[in-house]
Design a protein around this ligand. Sequence first.
Ligand SMILES: Nc1ncnc2c1ncn2[C@@H]1O[C@H](COP(=O)(O)OP(=O)(O)OP(=O)(O)O)[C@@H](O)[C@H]1O
Length: 471
Amino acid sequence: MTNMTDPDRIWTEAAGKLRAEIGEGPFSSYIAPSAVRAEAGGQLILVTPTAYARDWVRKNALRRMNELWLGLDGLSRKLEVRCRAEVGSPAPAMAQLSPANDMSVLATAPTATVGPVTDGPRAVRAAGLQERLTFDSFVEGQGNAFALAIARQTAAWADGHFNPIFFCGPYGYGKTHLLNAIAWEAQRLRPDAKVVYLTAERFLSTFVRAMQDRSTAAFKESLRSADMLLLDDVQFVGGKASTQEELLSTLTALIEDGKRIVLSADRAPMALTEIEPRLRSHLSAGLTCPVEPADRMLKIAVAQNRLQALARLGVVSGEANPAVLEQLVDRTPGSVRELEGAVNTLAAAAGQRLSSVTLEEAQGLLGASIRSGPDRRITVDEIQKTTSEHFAMKQVDLLSERRTRAVARPRQIAMYLCKQLTTRSYPDIGRRFGGRDHTTVLHGVRKIEELLATDEQIAKDVEALIRKLRG
Ligand SMILES: Nc1ncnc2c1ncn2[C@@H]1O[C@H](COP(=O)(O)OP(=O)(O)OP(=O)(O)O)[C@@H](O)[C@H]1O
């Protein structure tokens, strides 16, 4: 057996063996973002990003890690584990050591500093960033603590992070929120850097338009000059071969240049089976951070947080009775998005008398929003697909900038259906329609509401679509 003394080399080797034993998921979640550092007295500490990761490592991997370590370490040192808050280091030790050589650890600061986030009408820009989605408004809980720690590190442009960072998890538990928060914070910390946020829908629609306009070179350039590229809802490129090819070449070019890439999807990269294997493997080459469904405690905290934000805006005054909040959480099935909808309903109904609302009253006020059981969830993607099929057009046209009535009306109908059949907000729907502004969505929805009363054909189309979508 080889004997070494350099913790860096021992860590690389021991971590590689542990990876094979515990599997890719736990490894990339808990071990890969940790790092070994030597204390002044020679004691070696494995530093995890969060207390949760520390407890996981203590319970599941520390013993084995020490066995592997002792087999390699010429100085027979033992490893202890602590979380970053305990060792009090602002940037994690993972910047100092790279755990396994096949995971790219960026040591270089981004080089290009290209202009502001918006750079010309044809350029891809920070489409759809929402101001309220910052780290300050994100509530930490057990299921998201690790993702939040990594997000903060990424936003701080910390050296040595993995690339790409991939946030995955089910619908409505904060992936977009984290990507927005990273983009805001990264831009705040480095105003000269080019931080580009876009949804995969936007990537697709801009790419398709660039092909039609024969301006793909400008499209490529606008992305490749980014210092940090954040791409939301990557699953959307599934089944779209040329867009995937373009995405793959964008990612490889950026990674080669040492630029930061942050992605999100509703599943882990390897489970995105509609995505071509080479792209999938690039997506999973960095660090995968699960954003897990919120537990009850987190949901209560999010509801409280939301009410406080509404109080600051003057929508409500006072605090809700804790039992009312608990009831709200317990009786609102679904994700944090649905919960936010229920909180908004309560706030709008209770207004200035929030603190005196009783349990019975809350139940009455919330009525339909507190449902007895989860309905089948209709997604924006399904609405877009069904609407485009119904009008014999392509889904990508709904996302495009084409404004002829033949395209604009079905697009407005699809937006209207999203507002009716999902719990998504106007900005969120805009984001899903090629990164449009929320006022465009609002206008579209109002237009269809008006036409429903006067235009028989539209009323029939909408009715048929709702029937198809409800199944
Ligand atoms: N931990 C949290 N703290 C505060 N707000 C949260 C948290 N998790 C989710 N939310 C809120 O819930 C809503 C849905 O979250 P978000 O849009 O980020 O979900 P998502 O995982 O990106 O979903 P999708 O994949 O459908 O886009 C947002 O309004 C977001 O602000």
